[in-house]
Design a binder for this molecule. Structure first.
Ligand SMILES: C[S@@+](CC[C@H](N)C(=O)[O-])C[C@H]1O[C@@H](n2cnc3c(N)ncnc32)[C@H](O)[C@@H]1O
Ligand code: SF4
Length: 458
């Protein structure tokens, strides 16, 4: 239903259309550029409007960038008028807001005028400014900086909203032993690709779905990288669901020098937990939290706004309870239903305004409880077109999250469904290397994978 004579814009214009709950029947777009003027003509459901913008252009890249902005903004304004709806991030799609802000700042401009022009709401412009401020001292564009990621795509059971490629461990146990052997091989081989190591992250899935001896194999192999590259760097284990926590696992993590742990309630409502199939209670979360707190790790708590018909008050209460614990980090996600999530088939439409209210109240509660926002990202299909925000106590920001979101750092990632990243800051070139997604194919191809990845990082 969208036709444009400007091929490089087709997907991006569709992204703008998808922002809106209501959809036009047809969008026709034509573009021409003459003597420094960008002409964008749109016909939406039979109604035509023309837009005319001027900009100084130095090269082809700049020309495309400007046209992208003008055309998206024009279509956004048209649809916003037609459907009487505005979006929290205006016409911004397809680029992380903080990345765009840094691009502007690094060209010597304040980023605010561009954000205002793209109709980003004031509180979101403020959010980006606060994030850039709290990343000072962490954000670093230096080639060779590296983060190390180990993927453990196993979970106790599958949660209904989740589309991550992970599998219940009782169904994949047969793959676990060979998987761990492959990880050991990959980790040993990866050392030569690691430059200036800034952080290590063992994620999932749910790393604590593994039993103690299995977990110890992963920690032992990872210790080789950390100890030989940077023995004091940040070291996170995304332990995960509270129902699989034990003293023995926590002690093991402490023995191997882990510094940061994620314990994720997602919500503080037992009714919601039951609906989303998390198979644990709020009391289980508190038990896991108290158990962990004794070991003096930095703790992160994940929450999700928009779960299973939760009201704004239920969510607010959850954020207040999370803030009361005064964990070092709290991450507020907005529900994002992709294919693969069981809930996707059962949910038609999410109340965007509710989610925006939830997000707004999480900002107030966390700000007044001593937290600052330190990273953010948006995803397609995110409820209410909002964003995920990581909050931190002062000087406790997670380096790994900042590096990954701002894409300033190489990511050497091992395991199935791990995506390695090579960043060349001087030329702004980012290349990715994805491992096989499914366990069996990963295990069968690990030797070739190691060879290819070594080449990728050469
Ligand atoms: C890679 S998951 C792993 C966390 C861990 N397995 C757990 O569930 O506790 C990281 C986080 O992503 C968030 N998440 C997962 N599915 C989501 C969804 N559909 N929408 C929004 N956030 C989601 C959750 O907050 C989760 O804690
Ligand atoms: S939310 Fe976490 S525990 Fe649940 S299925 Fe996804 S990765 Fe696994």
């Amino acid at each position: 239903m969208l036709t444009t004579d400007c091929a490089f814009l087709e997907n991006e214009l569709m992204d703008v259309v998808r922002l809106f709950r209501q959809r036009p029947q047809s969008v026709l777009h034509s573009f021409r550029y003459e003597n420094g003027v960008f002409y964008n003509d749109f016909t939406v459901d039979g109604e035509s409007r023309s837009f005319l913008d001027q900009a100084e252009i130095q090269n082809e890249l700049e020309y495309k960038r400007q046209e992208r902005r003008f055309a998206k903004l024009a279509l956004y304004e048209l649809l916003s008028d037609k459907f009487k709806e505005t979006m929290p991030w205006g016409a911004l799609t397809g680029i992380r807001p903080t990345k765009l802000a840094y691009m502007e700042l690094e060209s010597g401009n304040d980023f605010r005028p561009l954000f205002e022009k793209m109709r980003v709401k004031k509180d979101n412009i403020e959010l980006v400014a606060r994030i850039v401020e709290s990343q000072k001292g962490i954000y670093e564009k230096r080639d060779g900086n590296t983060d190390f990621f180990v993927s453990l795509p196993f979970c106790p059971t599958k949660c209904a909203y989740c589309s991550f490629i992970t599998a219940p461990i009782d169904k994949t146990r047969a793959f676990l032993e060979p998987y761990l052997a492959c990880l050991e091989k990959e980790i040993a081989a990866a050392k030569e690709s690691v430059g200036n190591l800034r952080s290590v992250y063992i994620g999932g899935g749910t790393p604590f779905a593994l039993d103690v001896p299995e977990l110890e194999r992963v920690l032992k192999a990872t210790a080789f990288i950390r100890e030989s590259c940077n023995p004091t760097c940040e070291y996170t284990v995304e332990a995960g669901r509270p129902d699989v926590f034990s003293e023995e696992k926590l002690r093991l993590l402490k023995d191997y020098g882990v510094t940061r742990i994620c314990i994720n309630p997602q919500t503080f409502s037992d009714a919601t937990l039951a609906t989303i199939g998390r198979k644990h209670t709020v009391a289980d979360f508190y038990r896991a939290y108290e158990m962990t707190d004794k070991y003096d790790f930095s703790i992160n708590i994940d929450l999700i706004a928009g779960l299973a018909g939760e009201r704004v008050e239920t969510f607010q209460k959850g954020v207040s309870l999370a803030a009361k614990l005064q964990a070092d980090n709290v991450t507020v996600h907005c529900l994002c239903l992709k294919s693969g999530a069981k809930l996707k088939e059962e949910t038609n439409y999410l109340e965007g305004e509710f989610i925006s209210d939830m997000v707004g109240s999480s900002r107030e509660i966390l700000s007044s409880s001593g937290y600052v926002p330190y990273y953010m990202y948006r995803q397609k299909y995110q409820a209410g077109n909002n964003e995920n925000v990581g909050w931190t106590k002062e000087n406790k920001a997670c380096v790994y999250n900042v590096d990954v979101m701002e894409e300033t750092t190489d990511n050497v990632a091992v395991g199935a469904n791990a995506v390695s990243k090579r960043v060349r800051n001087k030329t702004n070139l980012i290349t990715r290397f994805a491992s096989q997604k499914d366990l069996k194919t990963y295990i069968e191809n690990v030797d070739t994978l190691i060879a290819k990845k070594r080449k990728f990082f050469l």
